[in-house]
Write a protein that binds this ligand. Structure first.
Ligand code: NAD
Length: 295
């Protein structure tokens, strides 16, 4: 039986580890939070007392941690010294490209195969096993990585070499942040001009303003029943998470010398919305800020 070590059982990792267990794999799990460990045990994972214990004898190690410093520390101090170097190492956290590449260098120098494999899709997709994975890895390792990821995924795409998965994730989410603000500005302007939101939606969704933020995730309540705008912007993809990804994109742009003025403006607007108390709301709630309403 494939033995998976799963490290980081939070909002995302909890559901992902459960789907590995549901697929019949032996999942040995670790998190600093005892409550998270108890939840993992209830869905078929075996709790471990430490990362070192979890990775012992693992065929694959999956990490789902908050940010770059956590990933760097857990790999350097706990995974690389204790996992067998035949284990496939997959980090699905969203982190900076530089940290992903630094961990890849350390892992490959120690004889491991490593992939950065951040995900698109929120906690509902994690629970349902339908996340999209963007993978940075050696081409020769991709088939094995795809096989490990399969119970958690609806699409697994190789973006390129180490770090390319994180690059794809932050570039995609920069488009999303910018396009959502564009759609929200258009709804706010339409309203001021006396154009009904529903009519604007019908017209723009069949015209050149059409995009995912408008037609799949409409920030104006009504036209897209599944969108968080219909439930008070609860659930969905939190503003604080979008802000984290926009910050990562800006840091990467500064280091790479790329010009991303709209990405910088989007980061500024989401930072303002977060400071005003909107951090826990879905990111499409930025419509309220652009309408002149505090969250
Ligand atoms: P979370 O804070 O709910 O979970 C992180 C878990 O890591 C926590 O349970 C924490 O206790 C654990 N942890 C921290 N340091 C640890 C250590 N040293 N050893 C073991 N466990 C440790 O976060 P989340 O929402 O599950 O997000 C995880 C990652 O996925 C983040 O990088 C996030 O940006 C990314 N992501 C989140 C979403 C989302 O909608 N929540 C969507 C896509 C990607």
């Amino acid at each position: 039986m494939t033995r998976i070590a799963f490290i980081g059982l939070g909002n995302m990792g909890g559901g992902m580890a459960a789907n590995q267990a549901k697929a019949g794999r032996e999942v040995v799990a670790f998190d600093l939070s005892l409550a998270a460990l108890d939840r993992a045990a209830a869905v078929g994972c075996s709790p471990a007392a430490s990362v070192a214990e979890a990775v012992k004898g693992a065929d694959a190690v999956i990490t789902m941690l908050p940010a770059g410093p956590h990933v760097r520390q857990v790999y350097a101090e706990h995974i690389l010294p204790h996992a067998p170097n035949t284990a496939l190492l997959i980090d699905s956290s969203t982190i900076d490209v530089e940290s992903a590449r630094a961990v890849a260098v350390q892992a490959t120098a120690a004889g491991f195969r490593f992939a950065d494999a951040p995900v698109s899709g929120g906690t509902a997709a994690a629970d349902a096993g339908i996340l999209a994975f963007m993978v940075g890895c050696d081409e020769a390792d991709f088939a094995a990585i795809e096989d490990v990821i399969a119970p958690m995924s609806r699409a697994t795409m190789r973006a390129g070499d180490h770090g390319a998965g994180q690059a794809a994730k932050i570039c995609n989410n920069m488009v999303l942040g910018i396009s959502m603000i564009g759609v929200c500005e258009a709804f706010a302007l339409a309203e001021k001009l006396g154009l009904e939101g529903e009519r604007f939606f019908e017209i723009a969704s069949k015209s050149s303003g059409q995009c995912w933020s408008l037609t799949s995730y409409c920030p104006f309540p009504g036209p897209v029943p599944t969108a968080p705008s219909n439930r008070g912007y609860e659930g969905g993809f939190a503003t604080a998470m979008m802000l984290k990804d926009l910050k990562l994109a800006q840091e990467a742009a500064a280091k790479a010398g790329a010009s991303t003025p709209l990405g910088a403006t989007a980061e500024g607007l989401y930072a303002l919305f977060d400071r005003l108390g909107g951090g826990g709301k879905d990111f499409s709630a930025i419509l309220e800020l652009l309408r002149g309403n505090a969250p």
